[in-house]
Design a protein around this ligand. Structure first.
Ligand code: GDP
Length: 491
């Protein structure tokens, strides 16, 4: 029998098996010992502080609780994982396709899924898992399968900034439309570069020149015209120039020098998740750092578990997954939400305790909304964050009001802090506006418009501040006063 250690260094929640290893005693001996002390336990029962200290005392040794850093803040851990740059290697870009409805986003994604898949799978990907990778000229590209900026911005609102490059699809026979502008603003707010794909050039009446001209108004200027945005004229339906579009994406990615460290614990984000009757919770996750292995203890959002199985987009079982790879995993205790972050832990015990703590916290206060910015807390949040800009979204009944409001707001300057209009448009305040505001910590100002009922309830849930006005002067004054910290309280 090996000697006892001088001190039992323990963690609360350890069981007789864990403690047996440290004490060099069999778990069943510990169970017996506890029994003699009047404590009924089996080998797997988690023990509290008092019990463990009593157990140590019965062996005549000291006990010391191992204090480790607070692991409950998954975002902090995530950032730490992300910052480990020593062993970085190039990784594939993660691409989202955005644009106005019917401009060809789905057609483009389908075309890519069937014609450019990695390993010559017959028939391509049959059952989408939310993302897929393809190989172009020997380089991998990861595509997110849900087109559109709504999904994109909802994920951002939950903390997952996973898109590296946005492909903006604009139909050559229709030109710039309201959702084209929204998509541009959402991509800009996320600071992802845009590659423009002018689509449907096979159609009669297609006028790609005109579309390019329109886009210059939004700061997207082709390289031929002295700008720095890549433009390609494509037909997603026929497949014209789709290869060229992928060339552009690769080129853009090379400029960005995207890197990740595959030699650390995996960390990343949930792309989608569901409850499967046979398999339990199933989540498609995107690995952003590190390598994920089957068996890894993992915390995902407010849930946790151990990666039981991993499948790629072809439904092939895989054992490991590297950065920028999407995989579908099972083994979680609960269904996470799209946009939730995940981090792999050293051991199941810490994963379990962090997961349980997070679940408890989220049950208690549903979801922390400390970082939303409202006009009421604007002054304090400006002071705290040392931000030099107040982000605002403007919706108004007519274009003239949008412009008048935008230009007056932009003139405001309070102690070096200015107003930044991240999106402005004519129309009711929509869910997409609220999601953008939430993701970008922006305030929404409505002029002679109201939110749609769903936008209103979404804003309420996510604490997004919507201010409605009928007089431009009032809107300006309100923002100005809030920036000075002199907003009159609302009763
Ligand atoms: P989404 O709403 O942006 O996803 O648009 P879809 O991909 O559903 O496309 C809308 C319509 O445009 C469909 O009927 C497509 O077949 C058609 N379409 C998409 N791309 C092209 C194209 O390059 N050429 C032509 N002629 N039609 C296209």
């Amino acid at each position: 029998e090996r000697p006892l250690p001088k001190t039992l260094v323990y963690e609360v929640g350890m069981n007789c098996q864990d403690l047996g290893k440290i004490l060099h005693r069999s778990p069943s001996e510990l169970v017996k010992k506890l029994f003699m002390l009047g404590i009924m336990a089996n080998q797997n029962k988690s023990l509290d502080k008092d019990t463990i200290e009593l157990l140590a005392a019965s062996y005549n040794i000291n006990a010391k609780e191992k204090k480790h850093e607070d692991l409950s803040d998954i975002d902090k851990i995530f950032q730490k994982e992300e910052k480990n740059t020593k062993y970085e290697e190039p990784r594939a870009p993660v691409v989202t396709i955005m644009g106005h409805v019917d401009h060809g986003k789905t057609t483009l994604l389908d075309h890519l899924r069937h014609s450019h898949i990695t390993s010559g799978e017959a028939g391509g990907i049959t059952q989408a898992i939310g993302a897929y990778q393809l190989k172009h000229n020997g380089k991998m590209i990861t595509f997110l399968d849900t087109p559109g900026h709504a999904a994109f911005t909802e994920m951002r609102a939950r903390g997952a900034d996973i898109t590296d490059i946005t492909i903006l699809v604009v139909a050559a026979d229709d030109g710039v439309m309201p959702q084209t502008v929204e998509a541009i603003d959402h991509a800009k707010a996320a600071k992802t570069p845009i590659v423009v794909a002018i689509n449907k050039i096979d159609k009669e009446g297609a006028n790609p020149q005109h579309v390019a001209q329109q886009l210059t108004q939004y700061g997207l200027i082709p390289e031929d015209w002295g700008g720095n945005t890549m433009f390609v004229n494509i037909s997603a339906k026929v497949g014209t120039n789709v290869d060229k579009l992928l060339d552009m994406v690769i080129l853009q990615a090379e400029v960005m020098e995207l890197k990740a460290n595959p030699k650390q614990h995996a960390a990343g984000s949930v792309i989608e998740a569901r409850l499967d009757r046979g398999q339990g919770p199933v989540a498609t996750v995107l690995i952003q750092q590190g390598t994920m292995h089957v068996g890894d203890p993992i915390v995902v959002g407010d849930t946790y578990g151990r990666v039981r199985t991993m499948h790629d987009e072809f439904r092939h079982a895989v054992k490991t997954a590297k950065p920028s790879t999407p995989v579908e995993i099972t083994g979680l205790n609960d269904v996470p939400e799209a946009g939730d972050r995940f981090v792999v832990f050293d051991d199941e015990k810490s994963a379990r305790s962090v997961g349980e703590k997070r679940a408890e916290e989220s049950q208690m206060e549903e979801r922390k909304k400390t970082n939303t910015v409202t006009l009421d807390n604007l002054f304090d949040s400006l002071k705290e964050s040392e931000k030099k800009e107040v982000d605002i979204i403007i919706k108004a009944d007519v274009q003239g009001s949008v412009e008048a409001l935008a230009s007056s707001l932009k003139k405001i300057e309070v102690k070096g802090v200015k107003v930044n209009i991240i999106h402005s448009a004519v129309g009711a305040i929509s869910e997409s506006d609220v999601a953008l505001a939430e993701a970008s910590h922006a305030i929404i100002i409505g002029f002679n418009v109201t939110p749609t009922p769903s936008a209103r309830s979404q804003a309420k849930n996510s604490n997004v501040d919507i201010r409605l006005h009928r007089i431009i002067y009032d809107a300006i004054n309100e923002v100005k006063s809030a920036m000075k910290g002199k907003l009159a309280p609302v009763y």
